[in-house]
Design a protein around this ligand. Structure first.
Ligand code: F0G
Length: 466
């Protein structure tokens, strides 16, 4: 429907509600201490507005819950699998559709097949689990974001793009035979949920063709990316988002998806491609680690809900509300002088903690410190994307400062209303006025792989350089 009003409304009404737990600041301080200043260790019921992730945290529609009831739970050849396969084939155009329980399962399988020592995977930016799975296979994950992606303050329409010239230079240096895959992550989660333009996807496609490299989309947020193309790229304003998405997929040789994002479900994913040699190997791995090829670690009902979600997410009224929600939060934070990656991304807002808290040294985890302060003051949970998440260390095991210190406020789909977001903005306003009170953190314990999930931290003692 054509919408002529300034106020963009939630294009749904609420049928089921879940109470939110209110806590006091004192209670939250105890919770934070017990969680060792790691927000992954907090019981969700102690969180008021949970912006940790948009992954698997969305609200399903009545139609999806209906799909749950009619899901076919047959071990092999379930009807729900064929609904799932048909929907994904129709959208992506790929023949080989492999269900998995979530995105990283697809990554583990794919890089088990095509990764390995001496190989490189190139990308606009790998998401952290993608990087971890590439590296676990023995291969190296190389990011080639465009320069404007790192200029957080200055808006640009497609900061998710890949630097094609830098990619080509790298291919020439390392030899195309050592690079089995180029991954285009849409939207680019690690760098602000920023979209990739169709033009950039075409350029990446051209480059891959030239050197005989396959191109896959990591398409967790394909619909948000397609909607941004509609809004921002010349020639697409009149094009239905579904067609834009189909055009994106047409440029690729395959894709994987964490369905927990733009398929509007709480669990699920898929790996899709045309190459039968790769898909045959992937299915062997699937049976070993996930399950038979017509359910892949999911229940029949999950497959049914994904098929429905993939249709619902392309509703342009939904996408208008979705993109506007992140913009609204972004505008609110900017009004309080909180620096963000500008413009806001599709699935949330990324606060530039390095700029916001210059009094906290990079090795004292400024973004993690801000995430903890948000929880302490307002019961709001975001996630650090910085030194802790990137987890690079020197020989002595000391964390090396990451190039960026961000706190991501990811918005679950169809879950929170505008007043929740107004509250988040108000809390940020208070924090902005009192930010000097926030202290840095130091590590007590951290694992080798993906340390941010399990690390234990504590506030730096006064006099230790804060
Ligand atoms: N690729 C991208 C771009 C992602 O954002 C994620 C997950 C994955 C792959 C892995 O999928 O979680 O289903 O195994 N992102 C979540 C997040 C965890 O919070 O951004 P998964």
């Amino acid at each position: 429907m054509e919408w002529k009003w300034k106020t963009i409304i939630e294009p749904f009404k609420i049928k089921t509600v879940e109470p939110l737990g209110l806590t006091t600041r004192e209670e939250r301080l105890t919770v934070l201490e017990q969680a060792h200043y790691n927000l992954f260790n907090i019981r969700a019921e102690k969180v008021l507005v949970d912006l940790l992730t948009d992954s698997g945290t969305g609200a399903m529609s009545a139609a999806q819950w209906g799909g749950i009831m009619v899901g076919d739970e047959s071990y092999a050849g379930a009807r729900s699998y064929y609904n799932f396969e048909k929907e994904i084939r129709g959208l992506t155009g790929f023949d080989e559709i492999i269900p998995v329980h979530q995105g990283r399962a697809a990554e583990k399988i794919l890089f088990g097949v095509i990764g390995g020592k001496g190989r490189y995977i190139i990308s606009n930016s790998h998401f952290d689990t993608t990087r971890a799975n590439v590296e676990f296979s023995g291969a190296q994950a190389m990011d080639f974001p465009v320069k404007e992606a790192m200029d957080f303050d200055r808006p640009a329409p497609f900061k998710g793009n890949a630097d094609i010239a830098a990619m080509e230079k790298f291919i020439k240096e390392k030899g195309a035979e050592n690079i089995p895959l180029c991954v285009m992550t849409v939207t680019n989660n690690s760098l602000g949920g920023q979209p990739v333009s169709m033009q950039n996807l075409k350029a990446a496609r051209g480059l891959c063709r030239k050197y005989g490299i396959s191109m896959f989309l990591d398409c967790a947020r394909f619909a948000e990316n397609a909607y941004f193309i509609k809004l921002r790229e010349k020639g697409y304003a009149q094009c239905p988002v579904k067609e834009i998405a189909q055009e994106m997929f047409k440029l690729a040789d395959g894709a994987w998806m964490s369905a927990k994002k733009d398929a509007l479900v709480n669990i699920g994913g898929f790996l899709a491609m045309n190459d039968r040699t790769w898909s045959a190997k992937a299915r062997q791995m699937l049976i070993l680690t996930e399950g038979f090829s017509t359910y892949g670690g999911l229940a029949g009902r999950d497959l049914e809900a994904i098929a429905i979600g993939l249709r619902e997410v392309l509703d342009e009224n939904y996408l208008q509300y979705r993109i506007r929600s992140a913009q609204y939060l972004g505008e609110g934070l900017l009004n309080h002088g909180v620096p963000i990656i500008n413009p806001p991304g599709g699935h949330g807002v990324y606060v530039n903690a390095k700029k916001f808290l210059p009094h906290i040294k990079p090795h004292q985890f400024p973004a993690q410190a801000l995430a903890c302060a948000l929880y302490l003051e307002g019961g709001i949970r975001g996630v650090e994307i910085g030194t802790l998440m990137f987890g690079k260390r020197d020989k002595a095991g000391k964390f090396l400062p990451a190039p960026m210190e961000l706190v991501r406020l990811a918005m679950p789909r169809r879950v929170y209303t505008q007043s929740h977001i107004d509250y988040v903005i108000e809390v940020f306003g208070w924090i902005a006025k009192n930010k000097k009170r926030i202290k840095g953190l130091e590590i007590m314990e951290a694992s080798e792989i993906l340390p941010h999930f399990t690390a234990k931290l504590k506030p730096v003692k006064p006099g230790k350089g804060t």
